[in-house]
Design a protein around this ligand. Structure first.
Ligand code: 2RA
Length: 339
């Protein structure tokens, strides 16, 4: 049982879903404190029949807080996390700032639950595009070792927060009347368009979002030799990231075995019946916590390859749900004490 839980970034796109999850799931805690930047201070949030006022995120805000769930931009996390840890809180952080720090476990509860025990006050939750992919890769990797992954993503505008979805709506409305809404959140108009850039240029022609998929996947699966070639694309869909994934394994997998492994994988729902037009689509996965997989088939171009299609609600399993699951996992493993 947590005494007091603080939610940092409570009014953002992910923070709102964390609140929903806290209301619906069984995470035991007595009091909830909401923290945000000056812009949101004083806003009222209704939670389990109570009205809670958002307070200022400042150094003294973490006194007597056991657990912090935070969804903020990287630079905010860089500053506040030490305030929280110095006050004795444990932080489950959804920003990108701490993920690759060797002292910070990067955790997806279905994949590497043991990692949560080795924290020093901060536990990171991965980027949304990584999270759904590692949930899918984990059962294949355990059984047959994944050597190589080629992945193309189709990422929803909500990945860029509330502003991303506003821009999608504005861009579509403008396009329907023959106008162009000037893009601010994305590099180009997103209505009726695809943008093959998420994040900034990072490494040998790959973007920061793509390199997150490489580095974070290796860290979570504990395999620095895994070769991963990602292409991340923003699509005009409000909610749900989709991924086309080709996996090459060290030990050849029959298609039957691959289907069985994926079907038994924790947190995975299979929707795979091409002849009846059944496969996962973002609109069907909206508001759900699982990772959905379909179109499972052998790589007909040769090698030990399995290809499949993977969809997940990016704000849920890709962010809020994973963070709340980490908090639940810590209770299960009694890992609240820093090591
Ligand atoms: C995006 N993955 O979709 C990012 C959000 N963390 O923009």
């Amino acid at each position: 049982m947590y005494e007091t839980l603080a939610l940092v970034g409570a009014t953002g796109a992910v923070g709102r879903i964390v609140l929903e999850q806290l209301a619906q799931r069984e995470l035991p805690f007595k009091r909830l404190k909401l923290l945000a930047s000056a812009r949101s201070v004083g806003k009222e949030v209704h939670f389990r029949g109570e009205t809670i006022k958002v307070e200022l995120l400042e150094p003294g805000a973490f006194k007597d807080i056991d657990l912090v769930i935070a969804s903020t931009p990287d630079e905010v996390s860089a500053e506040f996390a030490s305030w929280a840890v110095d006050a004795g809180s444990v932080v489950v952080d959804e920003s990108g700032y701490w993920r690759m720090d060797p002292k910070v476990p990067l955790v997806v509860p279905e994949v590497n639950p043991d990692a949560v025990d080795h924290h020093h006050g901060i536990i990171a939750s991965p980027n949304c595009s990584t999270t759904q992919m590692v949930v899918a890769l984990a059962p294949l990797h355990r059984a047959a070792r994944v050597r190589r992954v080629v992945v193309s993503t189709y990422q929803a505008t909500s990945g860029a927060g509330l502003a991303g979805n506003e821009e999608l709506n504005d861009s579509i409305r403008s396009a329907l009347v023959g106008q162009t809404h000037p893009p601010k959140t994305f590099q180009h108009p997103i209505g009726f368009n695809l943008i093959p850039q998420i994040g900034s240029e990072k490494h040998e022609g790959y973007t920061s979002e793509e390199m997150k998929m490489v580095y974070e996947t290796r860290k979570i699966l504990g395999d620095e030799e895994m070769q991963i070639c990602p292409t991340c694309v923003r699509v005009p869909v409000a909610s749900g990231h989709s991924e086309s994934i080709l996996v090459e394994t060290e030990r050849p997998l029959s298609i039957e075995e691959a289907k069985e492994l994926l079907g038994q994988g924790e947190g995975i729902t299979i929707v795979d019946d091409l002849s009846n037009g059944k496969y996962p689509m973002p609109r069907d996965c909206d508001g759900k916590d699982d990772v959905f997989i379909g179109r499972i088939r052998k790589d007909i171009s040769g090698g030990n390859g399995i290809a499949f299609w993977c969809v997940s609600d990016n704000l849920r399993k890709g962010a809020a749900t994973n963070a709340v699951q980490i908090a639940e996992l810590m209770i299960k493993r009694s890992a609240m004490k820093t090591s």
